[in-house]
Ligand binder design. Sequence first.
Ligand code: FAD
Length: 516
Amino acid sequence: MLNRLVIVGGGTAGWMTASYFKAAFGDRIDITLVESGNVGTVGVGEATFSDIRHFFEFLGLKEKDWMPACNATYKLAVRFENWREKGHSFYHPFEQMRSVNGFPLTDWWLHKGPTDQFDRDCFVMPSVIDAGLSPRHLDGTLIDQPFVEGADEMQGLTMSEHQGKTQFPYAYQFEAALLAKYLTTYAVERGVTHITDDVEKVNLDERGWISGVTTAQHGDIEGDLFVDCTGFRALLLNKALEVPFISYSDTLPNDSAVALQVPQDMKARGILPCTTATAQDAGWIWTIPLMGRIGTGYVYAKDYLSPEEAERTLREFVGPAAADVEANHIRMRIGRSENSWVNNCVAIGLSSGFVEPLESTGIFFIHHAIEQLAKNFPDESWSPVHRQLYNDSIAHVMDGVREFLVLHYVAAKRNDTQYWRDAKTRRIPDGLAERIEMWKTQLPDTETVFPYYHGLPPYSYMCILLGMGGIELKPSPALALSDPGPAEREFAAIRDKTRRLAETLPRAYDYFAAQH
Ligand code: FAD
C-alpha cells in the first residue's frame, strides 16, 4: 500500500496538508512533516475565501475551537477603495446575487438608471459592513436566508461541487502564524511525525523520482509521495525535479510587497468586517482587521516603485501606530509551475504557484489543491490519469484567478499615474479581451466567464465590472420590454432587510470579544 507521505515545509500549506490528510485517512496514512528551524515562513496570508469553512468542518473543528486561538475575525467582503477614483469605494461581498425573472438584479439596476452604488442597492452585506456589524447574533445564530440556503446539506462536498449552489456570507481573517501553530498541535496529536530540520538534499532514483530527502541532523527521510511546501523556494518540484515555472509577470506586474503587523486597540477602533484594498500610485495596500492588531501591506511593482518608497508610503498610510513596527519586505514569484504534480512529487502552496493577494486566493489555492490530491490520491500503479486530472485542475484554477485579477486592473477607471495607464495597454490573458467585449453587452454569466472551475462565480465578475467603473456596461435589451415591478420590490426588500439587520445585529468587535 502506498501510504507514506513526506511533507517538506511547515508554513500554512504544510500544516493544512498534514492536518487534512490525517483527518481524511487517520492511521492508515503515515505522515512526516519536516520544516526548517532556520528558514522562516512567508509571514503573511491572513484573509481567505468563504469556502475555507469547509476545510475546518472537514477537520471537525468549530469556530469556537480555532478562531479565538488565531485572533480570527469575519470577512464579509473585499472593499475596494480609490480604484475608480480617489474617494470612491465599493464592495465585492460574499452574497449570492439575487435574480428577478431570470435576470441578475444588477442587470435591472443598470436598466433603471444606475446610481453610484450598485453594491448597496443590490446586496445587503455592504451596509452591514459599513456599520461594522457581525453576521452572527450574540447567541451564534447566523443572519437568515437567502445566504445559506441548503448549506448544511452540502457538508462533505468539495469546493467545486459547492460552486453556484450556495454562497456562505463570510470568510475568515486570522493570524497565519497562529493558525500554523494551531494546526501543528492538531496534526501532531493525531499522529503526524514532526521534524525540525533543514532539508539539504533531495535524492532522486534512476527514474528521476524522489527516493528521500537528506536532512542536516536527522539523516534521510524516505517516503512514497513527497509534498513540496517549501514556499517560493520550491526545493523539490522546481529545483530538484527542474519543473519549469510559468511566470505571469507579463500580465500581472506586481512582484513585491512590504508588510506590517500593527498592534491596535480594536475595541476603540472597531472592526470593519472585511479586507480593504486601497489603490495606490503603483499598486494597492491591504488592511485586515484581526483581534488585537491589523495586518497591512503594500503590494507593488518594483518597475514602478522602490522598496523604500513603498515602505514610506505604507507607514504614512498607517500613521504613528506603525512607528516601532518592523517591516517585512517580500519578493513575490507570480505564476505557476507548468505541472504541480510530477512523478511522486506534488507542490502545494507558494511552491506550486501564486498570484498577488488582491482577492485573498493563496489559502484557497492550498485548500483546493489538498481536496484535489485527496480525490486523485495515487496507489502503487501511479496512474498518470490521477496526475493529469490533478494538474489540469490546478492549472485551471490559477489561470482563471489570474484572469479575474487582470480584469481588476483593466476595468479600473483610475489612470492618474503611469502604473495605472500601463494597466490598460499591457498584454492580457488569451480570451479575456473577447469576454470583456461580450460583457459590455451582456453581464457575465456561467456561459461567458473563464470556462473551468476557479472559485469565482459570475456575480464576482459583475461586482468588479460595476465597481471599477472603467468599462461601460449596458442592460439587457429584454428588460425594456419586461415588467419592472418585481425588481422594484426586490430593491425595496433589500432596503428593508438592511434596516432590520442594522437594528438587530451586534457590533463585530462585541461578537468576537464574547467569543474570546
Ligand atoms: P511558507 O510560508 O513560505 O513556508 C515555507 C516552509 O518551508 C517554511 O516552514 C520553511 O521553514 C520551509 N522550508 C524552506 N526551506 C526548507 C528546507 N531546506 N528544509 C526544510 N524546510 C524548509 N494568502 C491568502 O489566502 N490570503 C492573503 O491575504 C494572503 N496574503 C498574502 C500576501 C503576500 C504579500 C504574500 C506573499 C502571500 C499572501 N498570501 C495570502 C499567500 C499565503 O501567504 C501563502 O499561500 C501561505 O502562507 C502558504 O505559504 P507556504 O506554506 O506555501 O510557504
